[in-house]
Design a protein around this ligand. Structure first.
Ligand code: AMP
Length: 463
């Protein structure tokens, strides 16, 4: 299918052609006709599928009849509200609006926290048809009476699952209560928990459901790998990995503090690295991201919140320095690679205490990820990885050892403990609680230190 078959008006078609797109992605093919027809949409799609254009293009077309170049603010009331969970995602959505809407005289503004309100207030008072916003700062503007929703006819809630994770649902409900009842609403989410379904039921009218991949699945173009390494040796293993593989990499950690420390550590090892996390100012985050996009920074260490929605083209390599406590975050993390049909690699460094998290991730993905270990004998050469060997079996748990003992007999979707990966995902609250509260059980043996020694040597004074 060609873009020209979607019935987009020439102003939008031209912008799409200039962006270099010829064929709509599957989510665009499915969603655009329904949005153009005025239907509410519930979209199951993660970043990397082209969903942003999937809602932005038809939204611009719906607003096109209102486009005008008159100076009066009254001629530019807020007509479309696009809510995103993070500043970075807001900026990306805003940039899409500007790119695809460049031949239409529609005005847009991007609203997010962490920067002074003044310039945003100025823009709002001048009149803006399209408001892309994070929920908290938008409510600040509501309280300051800088914005009126009386003319809003279109609402987009992007990455609803992340809104939920970040505790934004009460803010979303407050905003929903302020909007006109008669409007068109679109909700996009990578995953659909009961809470997201409840939210969707309360804000959508007879929605069309569109989806590009099975619920909770990760991009098919991504190769998943797990390297089993002791917690103590992770830094050395990462250093060796990055020294052996010169590609740019986005490295995920679970804490803000961990992000900074790891970036400093990598820099000390001669690997150009920067960190991006919630404690950094908006300017610092933007600068680090832009430098990474330009290729001036080789490794960007990020937390989940900061990396949410990052659109980095051609990023081939994502590394999980730690596995996330929430399996759905894994899907979001690896959504940074393998975008728009390109191939990508997701490498996770897993210590024995994280095995439970990996099992949850495998359940969510509906597939097993092979565990690998590094050659500690030296016969395979420096830093060479191979399938997990028998001499290192106990730490990684039953599923891995069963796959190792009888790789042919056990069907790929059945784990050693009998778990059937082909069945729908059911989150395990027990393991989530364990991850959030108490530190995971550590069964790491001292002999694991050899791994790092052979990979490149342990630092004398690990910081
Ligand atoms: P998204 O899932 O919206 O974050 O988009 C992921 C990437 O795909 C972005 O870099 C878009 O510019 C790109 N993209 C979106 N639609 C298309 C298309 N139809 N053809 C090629 N690339 C696209």
């Amino acid at each position: 299918m060609q873009f020209s078959e979607l019935g987009l008006i020439p102003e939008i078609q031209r912008a799409v052609s200039e962006a270099g797109y010829t064929e709509p992605t599957p989510i665009q093919q499915q969603a655009i006709p329904f949005v153009l027809a005025g239907r509410d949409v519930m979209g199951a799609a993660q970043t990397g599928t082209g969903k942003t254009a999937g809602f932005t293009l038809p939204l611009l077309q719906r607003l096109a009849p209102h486009a005008n170049s008159l100076p009066s603010p009254a001629r530019h009331p807020v007509r479309a509200l696009l809510l995103t969970p993070t500043r970075e995602l807001a900026v990306q959505v805003f940039e899409s609006v500007q790119t695809y809407g460049k031949y239409l005289p529609l005005r847009a503004v991007c609203i997010y926290g962490g920067v002074p309100m003044g310039p945003q207030t100025q823009e709002l008072l001048q009149g803006r048809e399209i408001v892309v916003a994070t929920p908290g700062r938008l409510l600040d503007h509501v309280e300051s009476r800088n914005i009126s929703f009386a003319q809003v006819s279109l609402l987009v809630l992007d990455e609803a699952d992340r809104m939920l994770d970040m505790g934004f649902i009460p803010d979303i409900r407050r905003i929903l209560a302020l909007l006109p009842q008669v409007r068109q609403s679109l909700l996009f989410s990578a995953t659909f928990s009961d809470e997201i379904r409840k939210l969707a039921a309360s804000m959508l009218r007879d929605p069309v459901r569109v989806e590009v991949a099975r619920n909770n699945s990760a991009a098919e173009t991504v190769t998943h790998r797990v390297l089993v390494v002791s917690e103590h040796d992770k830094r050395a293993a990462l250093t060796a990995l990055l020294l052996a593989d010169p590609r740019q990499a986005l490295v995920f950690v679970n804490t803000k503090f961990g992000a900074s420390r790891l970036a400093v550590h990598l820099a000390r090892q001669g690997i150009q690295a920067d960190a991006i996390h919630g404690d950094k100012s908006q300017q610092q985050r933007t600068e680090a991201l832009e430098a990474f996009k330009r290729g001036e920074v080789r490794v960007l260490v990020a937390t989940d919140v900061a990396a949410r929605g990052l659109d980095i083209e051609d990023l081939p390599f994502v590394v999980n320095f730690e596995l996330p406590g929430n399996a759905e975050d894994y899907v979001h993390r690896i959504g940074r690679t393998g975008r728009a049909g390109k191939s990508g690699e997701a490498m996770s460094l897993m210590d024995a205490g994280e095995e439970k998290r990996l099992l949850e991730i495998e359940k969510l993905l509906g597939r097993a990820i092979p565990r690998e270990t590094v050659d500690v004998t030296g016969s395979g050469g420096r830093g060479e990885r191979r399938e997990r060997g028998t001499e290192r079996a106990p730490a990684a748990g039953r599923a891995a050892s069963a796959r190792r003992r009888s790789p042919v007999a056990v069907p790929a979707h059945i784990a050693a403990d009998g778990f059937d990966f082909s069945k729908p995902y059911e989150p395990s609250t027990a393991s989530a609680n364990t991850d959030a509260g108490t530190p995971p059980e550590r069964t790491v043996r001292r002999s694991d230190r050899q791994v790092a020694a052979l990979l490149g040597g342990l630092p004398k004074n690990p910081s």
